[in-house]
Design a protein around this ligand. Structure first.
Ligand code: UD2
Ligand code: MN
Length: 576
C-alpha cells in the first residue's frame, strides 16, 4: 500500500518540483532552515479552552442608545451568523454617501450588532487541538485613522468576547490624529466599560507604522498583537497564536484573514493561502501554497510557512520585535512595512507563519478613506524604495527599479541605520533560495533607466517636452518627461512610446512615437556615447546623439557625426 501511495504522490511531487525549482522539495526546504525549529504541530496539550463555552458564559455588554449601534440577540438581527445584509432601494442614496466615509458600507455596518455571531470556519481539527496553560499574555495594539464607529466597536467587542480574558494584558487603541468627532469624547466615554482598553492619541498624523510603534512602546504584555480597526475575531483566534510563540519566541504568527465583504458585511471564508509579493511594486500578494510545501503538512490545522505577511494582523514576542529593530520609523502613513518586517523576520533568524486555527475577519476595501499627505504614490514609493534599498541586494534592487523606474525619482531619505542593522542578516539571495524558491526572478531586458544627463553641459537632460519633438531641458529629477529606458536591443523609450526619427520639411527630427519596427531608432550605448545603429545588427552610422548650439543660448538635440566630444556624452540615472 505504501508503494501504491508513493506512486500516487510522486507524479505531483515531480511536477511541482519542475514547476518551481529543482531544489524545492519540502525536506530540502526544511533542511535549509538550520536555525529554526522543526515544523511541529502545536502542543503539548493541556487545559483546552473551549470557546463555545466562553461564548455563553461571558456577559454580553449592553449598549444603550449609542446612536445607530445596537446589540440585538441572534438570530433576528441583520448580519447574524455572518450573513450578508441587503438594503432597500430607497436607502441607496444614504448607502452611497455613507460608503464614501470609509470606503466600505457604513450604512450596513451600522445595522449589524457589534456583537454579532459569525461562522466558526476553522478546520475541524482545530476544535480538538489543545494549547498549553501557560500561554504568554498579549497586548493588543490597534491604530486607526478616521475609522467608522460601528466597525471600531465591533472590532473591540469581538476581541473581548472571543479571547480568554487572562491572556489579554491590555488593548491599546492609537488614534492617529483622526478628525471625526465620534473618535474623541464619545469613544473615551464608551471604552470606560472595558477596563482593559485604553486610548492614546498622536499629536500629529504619524501613519500606521509610527502609530503602531507608539502603541508598542506603551505596551507591557510579553507578546504584541497588532490588529486593524475593522476586523472581527473568530472563536479561538488568540490561543493558537500565543501557543506558537510560546513554543519558540522567534515565531511570528498571523491568523488566516477571512474577508468581511465591503458591501454586504458578509463574513466569508478565506482560502488557505500564503503570502507572496510582486516585483514591480514590492507589494504583498496572496499566493497559493506550492505543493512541495503542502505535502509537508499533516492536516489542515498545521501552520503554513509564509514568505511574507499581509501586515495588519499578527503576533510577535515583544522583545523579539525590538531585536528585529521594530519597524523602520521612516516609513510613512501606509505601505511597505509588511514587506519590510517579513524580510526582516526571515533574513534575520525568525520564522513567519499563518495559523489556520486562528481566524480573523477583515473588511478588505478598494481604496483608503483618509488623506495621504504628500500623495499616495509618493508615500508608497518612498516606503518601498527604502525597503528595496535596504533589503534587496544590488541585482534584485535593479530589477525593482527596472520594473518601476518612476520610483527612482522619489526621495527616500537616509537609510544608514537600517543598513547597519541589516548587516547582521542573511543576503536576499538566501531568502529567495530558501524561503521563497518559487518566486522566480524576472528577466530584465533593459540596460539602463532614468534620466539621460549630458556630461558636457551642466544639468541638461533629454526631455520628451510633453509630446512634441525630443529635446533638452534642465534636469529636474522628477522623472516624467525625463524618464527613459534603454533596452538591450538599443530601443530608447519613455513610457510606452519609442524614440523615432522623422523627416519633415525642416529636415530630420527626433520625436516620440509608436514603437513600430520601421521607424524606431536604435542606439548603441558605448563609451558614454549614444551611437546611432543603422539597418542590420551592429551597423553603426557614425552619428551620435549630440547637442547642437543655435543662435544665442539655444540648444537642440540632434544626431551629428561622432567626434568623442563632451556634448556627445550621456549618463543614465541607473545602469542595470
Ligand atoms: C493592509 C494591512 C495593514 C497594513 C497595510 C500596508 C491587513 C489586513 N491590513 O492595509 O495593516 O499592513 O496593508 O501598510 O493586512 N491607519 C492609521 N494611520 C494611517 C493610515 C492607516 O492608523 O495613517 C490604520 C487604519 O485605520 C487601519 C490600519 O492602519 O486600522 C491599516 O490601514 P487600512 O485598513 O486602511 O489598510 P489595509 O487594510 O489595506
Ligand atoms: Mn484594513
Amino acid at each position: 500500500r505504501k508503494e501504491q501511495l508513493k506512486e500516487k504522490i510522486s507524479p505531483t511531487v515531480t511536477e511541482s518540483v519542475a514547476a518551481t525549482t529543482k531544489k524545492a522539495t519540502f525536506a530540502n526546504f526544511m533542511a535549509r532552515l538550520p536555525f529554526l525549529v522543526k515544523n511541529e504541530a502545536p502542543g503539548p496539550y493541556r487545559n483546552q479552552y473551549d470557546p463555545t463555552e466562553l461564548e455563553e458564559t461571558i456577559p454580553k455588554h449592553t449598549v444603550l442608545s449609542m446612536n445607530s449601534v445596537t446589540i440585538r440577540k441572534p438570530p433576528h438581527s441583520p448580519g447574524e451568523a455572518g450573513r450578508p445584509v441587503t438594503t432597500k432601494k430607497e436607502d441607496d442614496a444614504m448607502v452611497k454617501s455613507m460608503f464614501a466615509e470609509a470606503s466600505f458600507n457604513v450604512f450596513v455596518s451600522n445595522l449589524i450588532s457589534v456583537e454579532r455571531t459569525i461562522p466558526d470556519l476553522r478546520p475541524t481539527k482545530c476544535r480538538t487541538n489543545q494549547v498549553a496553560d501557560d500561554l504568554p499574555q498579549t497586548s493588543i495594539i490597534i491604530t486607526f485613522c478616521e475609522e467608522s464607529w460601528s466597525t471600531l466597536l465591533r472590532t473591540l467587542h469581538s476581541i473581548i468576547n472571543r479571547s480568554p480574558p487572562h491572556l489579554i494584558r491590555e488593548i491599546i487603541l492609537v488614534d492617529d490624529f483622526s478628525k471625526r468627532v465620534h473618535l474623541k469624547g464619545k469613544l473615551d466615554e464608551y471604552i470606560k466599560r472595558f477596563p482593559q482598553v485604553r486610548i492614546m492619541r498622536t499629536a500629529k498624523r504619524e501613519g500606521l507604522i509610527r502609530a503602531r510603534m507608539l502603541g508598542a512602546a506603551a505596551a507591557s504584555g510579553t507578546v504584541l498583537t497588532f490588529l486593524d480597526s475593522h476586523i472581527e475575531c473568530n472563536v479561538g483566534w488568540l490561543e493558537p497564536l500565543l501557543d506558537r510563540i510560546r513554543q519558540n519566541r522567534t515565531n511570528v504568527v498571523c491568523p488566516v484573514i477571512d474577508a468581511i465583504d465591503d458591501r454586504t458585511f458578509a463574513y466569508l471564508e478565506a482560502q488557505t493561502l500564503r503570502g507572496g509579493m510582486d516585483w514591480k511594486e514590492l507589494k504583498f500578494e496572496w499566493r497559493s501554497i506550492p505543493s512541495f510545501q503542502a505535502l509537508g503538512r499533516k492536516d489542515q490545522s498545521w501552520p503554513i510557512i509564509s514568505p511574507t505577511m499581509a501586515g495588519g494582523l499578527f503576533s510577535i514576542q515583544r522583545d523579539y520585535f525590538y531585536e528585529l529593530g521594530a519597524y523602520d520609523p521612516e516609513l510613512f502613513i501606509w505601505g511597505g512595512e509588511n514587506i519590510e518586517i517579513s524580510f526582516k523576520i526571515w533574513m534575520c533568524g525568525g520564522r513567519l507563519e499563518i495559523l489556520p486555527c486562528s481566524r480573523v475577519g477583515h473588511v478588505f476595501r478598494k481604496s483608503q478613506p483618509y488623506i495621504f499627505p504628500g500623495g499616495a504614490f509618493e508615500v508608497f514609493s518612498h516606503n518601498t524604495r527604502r525597503v528595496a534599498e535596504v533589503w534587496l541586494d544590488d541585482k534584485y534592487k535593479k530589477i525593482f527599479y527596472a520594473l518601476m523606474p518612476e520610483a527612482l525619482h522619489i526621495d527616500y531619505g537616509n537609510i544608514t541605520d537600517q543598513l547597519e542593522f541589516r548587516r547582521k542578516c542573511c543576503p536576499f539571495k538566501w531568502y529567495l533560495e530558501n524561503i521563497y524558491p518559487d518566486l522566480g526572478v524576472p528577466q530584465i531586458n533593459l540596460q539602463a533607466v532614468g534620466e539621460i544627463r549630458n556630461l558636457g553641459q551642466q544639468d541638461v537632460c533629454v526631455d520628451t517636452l510633453g509630446g512634441a519633438h525630443l529635446g533638452l531641458w534642465p534636469c529636474h529629477g522628477q522623472g516624467e518627461h525625463q524618464s527613459f529606458s534603454l533596452d538591450k536591443s538599443g530601443t530608447l523609450k519613455s513610457g510606452s512610446l519609442c524614440v523615432i526619427r522623422e523627416v519633415g520639411k525642416d529636415g530630420e527630427v527626433l520625436s516620440m512615437g509608436l514603437c513600430k519596427k520601421e521607424n524606431v531608432m536604435k542606439f548603441q550605448h558605448q563609451d558614454k556615447e549614444l551611437k546611432e545603429l543603422g539597418d542590420g545588427p551592429h551597423v553603426l552610422t557614425g552619428r551620435c546623439l549630440d547637442i547642437t548650439f543655435g543662435a544665442g543660448a539655444q540648444k537642440f538635440l540632434q544626431l551629428n557625426p561622432c567626434n568623442g566630444g563632451k556634448f556627445q556624452q550621456w549618463k543614465f540615472g541607473l545602469y542595470l
